[in-house]
Design a protein around this ligand. Structure first.
Ligand code: UD1
Length: 355
């Protein structure tokens, strides 16, 4: 099989490409090698086990520049992923995430390829709650008695960030462009973690921030009281799911959506502890910052019923092990100072996007 991986130079793409290559498949990448993500573009390119075409997925010319030859499937990973940053880089997020996905699906249709497109659990926004007083509702949380429930693929799309909105529109764009022809698998990952994650990019999420703080012996900054929850999934579990989707595509024109997560929620404080457990230095503890970023949600967790009923590979990593593995294997990798995350938060504050 020959597989085109958009965003292939990123950490998910690299893990996937290594796995496919080891399984005897050919891979090629389309990647813009953005400096925000790739501090060392040459190294990212060299690490990918196939040709890397440099181009922007939202630019039709980039697709037109791809080499000739049959491609059996497109795995569309390329995206802008910073929740906070999306709140002010609105146009860029729409262009890359929505138009990029539309072009990926169009290209798959024109080339008779299957499409596996990565969306995000961000499409659910706050997700569902259950409460003795208010019953079952979708967020924001009805009252302090509301308990979060895991999101199923049939839950409504109620994104609260521009990022989530673009991921929801991207799903629709893929379905519209591919309709009737392209076998389409949409995967909605929770918070993905693993070695190789961009450590220079202060928009890559809380775990890269925790790693930077641990390395400096600085207490881990938790926004708010830390009761918020996330479902952290190891990149290898996501990659196993993508490989499964490639092996067993749906029928032509059929579309399926599947969640990807560990299926277990962990509090932010719990994630901070898991990160510290993977570090070769004593834990510096956590410090709480009384701040809320626009676009942040309170709780997230994947319901894996559909994944299991499809016979897709279930997650093998617990969130705690995944986080510790990330910290352990990234410890020696170069990355930004923790101050970069302070600056990213200041930037949001300057733009009135914190409260
Ligand atoms: C993340 C991903 C997004 C993915 C989504 C799926 C990033 C930037 N975003 O969004 O691409 O689709 O998961 O679930 O990776 N926080 C701190 N301290 C910090 C930084 C953040 O406490 O130093 C808090 C945030 O306020 C938030 C939580 O940690 O409550 C998680 O934030 P973050 O990792 O930035 O992004 P998600 O919204 O979970």
């Amino acid at each position: 099989m020959r597989v085109l991986v958009t965003g292939g130079a990123g950490f998910i793409g690299q893990h996937l490409a290594r796995r496919l290559h080891a399984g005897g498949h050919d891979v090629l990448a389309l990647d813009s090698l953005l400096p925000q993500v790739h501090a060392d573009a040459g190294a990212a390119r060299a690490a990918f086990p196939g040709p890397v075409v440099v181009g922007d997925v939202a630019d039709p010319a980039a697709w037109a520049a791809l080499p000739e030859g049959t491609v059996d499937a497109v795995v569309h990973l390329a995206a802008e992923t910073g929740t906070g940053q999306s709140m002010y880089e609105v146009e860029r997020y729409h262009r890359v995430n929505v138009e990029g996905t539309r072009l990926a699906a169009r290209w798959a249709r024109e080339h008779g390829a299957a499409l596996v497109s990565l969306s995000s659990r961000a499409v659910y926004g706050e997700g569902g709650y259950t409460c003795p007083e208010h019953g079952s509702t979708f967020g924001p949380r009805c009252c302090r008695h509301g308990q979060p429930v895991a999101s199923t693929e049939d839950d409504p799309h109620r994104p609260v960030s521009v990022y989530g909105e673009t991921k929801s529109l991207a799903e629709q764009a893929a379905a519209d462009e591919g309709e009737g022809v392209v076998p389409l698998t949409v995967i909605r990952p929770q918070n993905v973690v693993g070695p190789g994650q961009a450590l220079h990019n202060p928009y890559t999420g809380v775990l890269a921030a925790f790693l930077a703080m641990l390395r400096e012996g600085r207490p881990l900054t938790v926004y708010g009281d830390g009761h918020q929850t996330r479902d952290v999934v190891h990149v290898e579990d996501l990659v196993a799911l993508v490989a499964w989707a490639l092996d067993r595509p749906p029928a032509p024109g059929e579309a399926r959506v599947v969640n990807c997560g560990s299926g277990v929620r962990t509090t932010l404080v719990g994630l901070a502890e898991a990160a510290a457990a993977g570090a070769p230095v004593p834990s510096p503890g956590v410090t709480h910052l009384d701040v809320h970023r626009a676009g942040d949600i309170e709780h997230a967790c994947a319901d894996l019923t559909r994944l299991r009923s499809l016979g897709a590979p279930p997650p093998r990593w617990s969130a705690a092990d995944a986080v510790a593995d990330f910290v352990r294997r990234s410890w020696q990798q170069p990355g930004a100072d923790a101050a970069a995350w302070d600056d990213a938060l200041d930037e949001l504050a300057r733009r009135g996007l914190t409260s």
